[in-house]
Design a protein around this ligand. Structure first.
Ligand code: ADP
Length: 631
């Protein structure tokens, strides 16, 4: 990851901003139009009032003609009302766009997360990078939002400078009359040039100081983001229902509080951010305000001296003071926006580092053709696999063929490679050696989505959503209710479903509905199994979703599943041999290798084999009750 203090070149700044500009236009069309329009309107509208008020005051202080004053007053009121209306409408439009912008931006990150190779999702670095991006956004809006927001400020600054310049030119060009004596020095071009330079310098000084303050703030990002993570990790422990019992039982809040007070940038007065705020950030920000005050003083002095010397009337004093102050303010807005954009570059770097994570898995274009006979045969041929960054083989020389419509069990001790085997079967990873074939063709050559559609897996740590029961089962809001009901009944959830007043529309959990239903672990498993059945894929895999149950209960569920799997090819994973003894074939994994294969009887007959060894070691768990399914 690039460091925030890495040097930022002008070339990189331009490149990254050009790319961000194109990306934002693509994912949120209209975002720039509305912010530029609003920025311009907000910058220009005050000038109309400044100009018309000056004309009215000049007339009042001079000829006092009613036929001039009347239309001027009407114009001032009408234009003021119109501009307020337009600016207000644009602001509403921009606010609505902002909500869309944030939603689309989040979707951009979510799409990336969903489309990247699973191997990358599994990496700590990926999560770290994503979390850094999220923390920078939450902490100070750094990232895409900052870019969009400051783009508006650039438009506002430029429009404001232009408008103010038009109203200010005559301040410098209107001559002091000769009768003013030495004050005619104000008419000299050299004096005017010097004054413009002095004003520009003082105007730039304020925002430059502010930018220095911003740089110091950005330098605290790393530390502050960490503080934010601590805050998010520990700050809401007490609100987390699932942790309530553990916290009470073990007083975990003491650990959380200690950590929060020690690490958090907010609670810790000696943190880098707190010190920077008391030190350089505070000093630069104060100097910035000081420069602005000096500038305002200089402007008043110059305008008043020129008016006093007789260059223009009292009305013009309001115009010039207003316009020059606005000129300085808008120069400040522009310079500050440029500075913020620059300090945003390292955060945009992180974003693009994340969005540019390449998809390295080869994706073929072959379709798996929907076969009604479900004749999909998958074979592992001498497959070996190491997890990225690991030096040990998680699977070694695995040869297995799944026979269509049969039940295969994958058993072995924890850590023997069973889940890894399923991850490879579902092509979440590609093996480094060997091949996995579907109907004789390497699975890499198939379209990834088509291939994934062949599998329904119930993982050990499956997740349900706080959504209606039926939507959970179908994975969609619109679904076939009869099929969803059947899947739930097949999965053994029928009685519970009948007792639910809203049936399939019952909300699970309480996040989105007060009358949501909290289901037990066992019920959740049944819903997860129903979800796999609803998908109706030719392969169905149970990867120890029942690990939290006792061995006998697991055996019951597995055996029942045997009936409902129908003509599907079913794969059962368990470290408990008793759950799988009804299967047509059992593959015994040990240290990433398939050390034995056969039926339960065949395997048990080999007294010295791994299976017999595990069987006898585990026998105590299930000899007390007969296995529900006899082979
Ligand atoms: P099982 O499902 O039989 O319990 P696994 O397939 O989960 O075993 O694990 C096989 C081996 O691979 C173990 O040594 C485990 O530590 C390792 N392993 C599993 N997941 C990862 C991962 N994401 N990164 C690195 N090593 C892993």
């Amino acid at each position: 990851m690039t460091s925030k203090s890495d040097k930022i070149t002008m070339r990189e700044t331009l490149q990254i901003h050009w790319r961000a500009f194109k990306d934002i236009r693509r994912y949120c069309p209209g975002a720039f139009s509305v912010s530029v329009l609003y920025g311009t309107a907000a910058a220009l509208s005050p000038y109309v009032t400044v100009y018309l008020s000056a004309r009215i005051i000049n007339e009042l202080a001079g000829a006092r003609r009613l036929e001039v004053l009347g239309p001027l007053a009407i114009l001032a009121v009408a234009s003021g009302a119109l501009l307020t209306f337009v600016t207000g409408a644009l602001l509403r439009w921009k606010t609505a766009k902002e909500a869309e912008f944030l939603e689309r931006k989040n979707r951009l990150f979510a799409d990336k997360m969903l489309s990247m190779d699973f191997a990358d999702i599994d990496k700590v670095e990926t999560h770290d990078l994503r979390s850094q991006i999220a923390q920078s956004e939450t902490w100070a809006g750094f990232g895409f939002y900052r870019f969009w927001d400051q783009f508006e400020k650039v438009a506002q600054g430029l429009a404001g400078i232009l408008g103010a310049a038009v109203l200010t030119i005559s301040l410098f060009t209107l001559p002091v009359p000769a009768s003013a004596g030495t004050f005619t020095v104000l008419n000299r071009p050299a004096f005017i040039a010097l004054l413009v330079l002095a004003l520009a310098f003082t105007a730039a000084l304020g925002p430059l100081c502010d930018n220095r303050a911003m740089d110091h703030l950005a330098r605290c990002a790393e530390n502050s983001r960490f503080g934010n993570r601590v805050f998010h990790g520990f700050g809401f422990l007490a609100d987390d229902k699932g942790r309530g019992m553990d916290i009470r039982m073990y007083g975990q809040q003491k650990i959380a509080r200690y950590y929060m007070e020690k690490e958090s940038v907010f609670n810790n007065g000696s943190s880098a951010l707190a010190r920077a705020c008391r030190g350089p950030i505070g000093i630069w920000a104060a100097l910035g305000s000081c420069a602005s005050a000096i500038l305002t003083g200089l402007i008043y002095l110059f305008v008043c001296v020129k008016a006093w010397a007789g260059a223009f009337g009292v009305g013009s004093v309001t115009q010039y003071v207003g316009a020059v102050s606005a000129l300085a303010k808008n120069m400040g807005v522009l310079i500050e926006a440029m500075g913020v954009l620059r300090s945003n570059v390292p955060f945009m770097r992180d974003i693009y580092q994340f969005l540019d994570i390449p998809n390295q898995m080869y994706q073929g274009s072959l379709t798996t053709e929907k076969r009604s006979d479900r004749q999909y045969e998958v074979e592992f041929q001498d497959v070996s696999f190491k997890y990225p960054g690991s030096s040990t083989w998680a699977l070694r020389h695995v040869n297995i063929k799944f026979r269509v419509g049969r039940r295969m069990a994958v058993v072995g001790e924890n850590g023997s490679g069973k889940t890894t085997f399923i991850k490879l079967l579902c092509r979440l990873y590609d093996p480094q050696e060997g091949h996995i074939l579907l109907n004789g063709i390497d699975i890499r050559k198939y379209n990834y989505r088509d291939y994934m559609a062949l599998f329904s897996v119930v993982f050990q740590d499956f997740q349900l959503l706080a959504q209606p029961l039926g939507a959970n089962v179908a994975g969609a809001q619109d679904y076939d209710r009869t099929r969803a009901e059947k899947a739930l009944i097949d999965a053994g959830f029928g009685e519970r479903l009948a007792a639910m007043p809203a049936g399939l529309d019952t909300m699970l959990y309480k996040e989105f509905a007060e009358d949501g239903v909290d289901v037990s672990g066992g019920e959740a498993q049944k819903i997860a199994i129903a979800r796999a059945l609803y998908k109706d894929a030719p392969f169905i895999v149970l990867d120890e979703p029942t690990a939290a149950l006792d061995p006998i209960a697991e055996a019951e569920i597995y055996a029942k599943f045997n009936d409902i799997a129908g003509d599907k090819t079913a794969v059962y994973i368990s470290h408990r041999l008793s759950s799988c003894k009804f299967c047509d074939e059992i593959a015994v994994f040990d240290h990433g290798q398939v050390v034995q294969r056969g039926t339960h009887e065949q395997l048990l007959a080999d007294e010295t084999g791994k299976y017999a060894q595990l069987w006898h070691a585990q026998a105590q768990y299930y000899t007390e009750a007969p296995s529900p399914v006899e082979v």
